[in-house]
Structures are given as C-alpha cells and as structure tokens.
Ligand binder design. Sequence first.
Ligand code: UDP
Ligand code: MG
Length: 317
Amino acid sequence: MSTGDSKLLIVVPCYNEQEVLPECVKQLTEVLVTLERTGRISSGRVLLVDDGSKDKTWSMIREYGNSMPQRVCGLKLAHNVGHQNALWAGMEWAATRCDMIISIDADLQDDVNAMIEMVDKYNNGADIVYGVRRERETDTFFKRFTAQSFYKFIKIMGADIVYNHADFRLVSSRALQSFILMPERNLFLRGMVRTLGYNEDSVYYDRKERFAGESKYPLKKMLRFAWDGITSFSNGPLHMIVVGGALFVLVAIAVVIYCIYLWIIGHTVPGWTSLIISIWFVGGVILLAVGVIGEYIGKIYKEVKRRPRYLIQDEIS
Ligand code: UDP
Ligand code: MG
C-alpha cells in the first residue's frame, strides 16, 4: 500500500458557503495538484455536498463541475439536514468511487496542508487518520477549560472520542465501507469512527479562524450537538439513574435506622417517623425502578441501532 496509485475524494459539506467556496476550491485543488505531482496519489477530486443552501452555493458548485469536471463533483441535498448528515451523504456516495476520502469543512479553518501528511500515513498503512487540532496558546482559559471538560465528561459517559479532533479526517475505502454499515439515524461521526478499529493514526495542525462568512454553528446548536453526542452514543445518563437510585435507597435505610432510634428515645412528634421513612424509602425505590426501566430502554436503544457485531481487519487462511 506504500505506492501512491490511489484515488482520493475530498468531501466538503457546504451550507450557505458562497463567500468561502471560491477560496475553498482553489486551496483544495492546489493540494490535490501537489499530492498528484509528488506521486502520493494517482488522482484526486473534491466532492462538494450542498446541504440545502439558500444562497448561490449550488449554482456555484454546478459551474465548478462544468468548468473543471476532473477536479470537482457535487451533490445537492433536497433539504438542510445538518453537517453530520451532509457528510454522511458524501461518504456514502464516495464509498465505492475512491480509495480514500478526507472530510473537511468548507470554511478552511482546518489546515489543508495537513492532508499531505494524512495521505503519507495512509500510504504507510493507516486506515483512519485523525486531524487533531493543536492546543492554541491564544485560547482563553475559559475556552480551554470548557473544551477539556467536554471531552472528559463525554469519556466518563462512555463515548470514546479523540481529544481535539473534529471532523477533519482521512478514511480508507475499506474503513468507509464498514462505517456506512452503521444504520443508525442519530449521527455523531467522531464517536462512531472510533468504534471501527483498524489502523489509526493522527496528524497535528493549527486551527485558524473562519476564512469568510459566519459560523453555521451558533452556541445553541453547539450545545445541542454536544448533548446529542452523549445521548446518541452512550447509555451513561440512564445508568446514572440506577446508581442514583441505589444510593438513595442506601441513604433511606440509614434514615430509617436513625428515625427508629429517635422514636425509641422519644424525641419525635407523633406521625413524623412514619412520614419521613415513607418519603425516603418510596423516593429511593421509585428512582431505582425508573433506573431499571432505563437499563432496558438502553438495551432496546442498542438493538435498534443494528450496528455490525464485528469487522474483520485481516485474515490468514
Ligand atoms: N454545515 C452544513 N450544514 C449545516 C451547518 C453547517 O453542511 O446545517 C457545514 C458548513 O458549511 C461547514 C461545516 O458544516 O462546512 C462546519 O460548519 P461551521 O464552520 O459553520 O461550524 P463551526 O466551525 O463554526 O463549528
Ligand atoms: Mg467552521
């Protein structure tokens, strides 16, 4: 696999990106030319996925497709389905049409030159290469703290993601074909890709400001995405209810013993003991019961995802 005779498709989801598209296509084509000229790949194209944009994005993509068909191809989604779904559409389209894909955002925040190192790692046998953003010195303490807490929290909740990696990554076609076997509808690609296995590697780069236009991910959408990441990826929150319920019941038992003790030494008003015991005990039992139901829902949740049970990486026969 160390020869460079493979085809690359760069998948770019675009939502109202008319301001950045010309520069995006220009920079990506330059990288493709470099990759071809240095013999790292045999040929490469850019796949622009228009995620139901309302501006001129699609007509621009069509023009690029007409004027340089050897460089640009496009997909237009009928409706805005969000970054993750748009990327998925591009990946499904690409799975049978190339040997590897690299996914990148249209806004050029990720360093396009990191792709060269990614392809080198692919040629050295990696199936998945994560683009990992270097920690920025200029980041405020708050920004770093919230990001780190997010990654730690999501890990505790049971979803394994690569720290500081978003959706800038190379995926070989065999990993991609396994990837698109996952039939779930709630996508959290950076978590899902980690469950594949295969040979993984990383490259590091500095993340820049958006080239032009404004973020399509306001804070509200970002928090929603983080929450989606946790809930569509792990049963952690459900499991926490069981643990909470069990703790509650333990506390209830302690309270019961204490109340009975107070009742024996006569330090209570009539009716108090039975009331307090009922509140604690019933509360604990209810929470535990909800948790148990939750565990079953978690199982159902896993079942309906119908993920493949395993993927074979190598075989000797
Ligand atoms: N995007 C998309 N559909 C959406 C929102 C965003 O395809 O509904 C694309 C967008 O065009 C860009 C990428 O997803 O290529 C990342 O979006 P953005 O740069 O606005 O997010 P941020 O970097 O601010 O988190
Ligand atoms: Mg961006």
